[in-house]
Design a protein. Structure first.
Ligand SMILES: [Zn+2]
Ligand SMILES: [Zn+2]
Length: 114
């Protein structure tokens, strides 16, 4: 919020500031606003600094998202391998007529629901 002591524009102390620079927080009058895609600033320098910061933050977020999806696909692969193993064991139990083996596999399949 703007308080009385800092209500002037950073470039024109006599003019009232209408907003604060998104990068450095300086008061800016209507005439001095530098508009950008993600905020308004007191100078080109601040605009560039903030845009670089936002881009970096978005890049980091993107990397986290990628990492997360990689973890999910690894989990899915493990699940598929486990399911395949269980089905394979069940077939083995049936083919070689091993009731204990197919019984265990049947129970696991009941629990997992497939
Ligand atoms: Zn600024
Ligand atoms: Zn100004």
């Amino acid at each position: 919020m703007l308080d009385a002591s800092q209500a002037g524009c950073v470039n024109h102390p006599t003019k009232p500031a209408v907003l604060r620079c998104k990068q450095c927080g300086a008061g800016v009058c209507k005439q001095c606003i530098i508009p950008g895609p993600v905020g308004r600033y007191c100078s080109e320098t601040c605009k560039q600094q903030h845009e670089a910061f936002v881009q970096k933050a978005q890049g980091a977020e993107q990397r986290v998202r990628n990492k997360r999806s990689i973890r999910w696909s690894a989990l899915l692969r493990k699940l598929v391998i486990t399911a395949g193993l269980i089905v394979g064991l069940g077939m083995l139990g049936t083919v070689f007529n091993i009731p204990v083996l197919s019984g265990i596999v049947f129970k696991i399949r009941m629990i997992l629901g497939f």
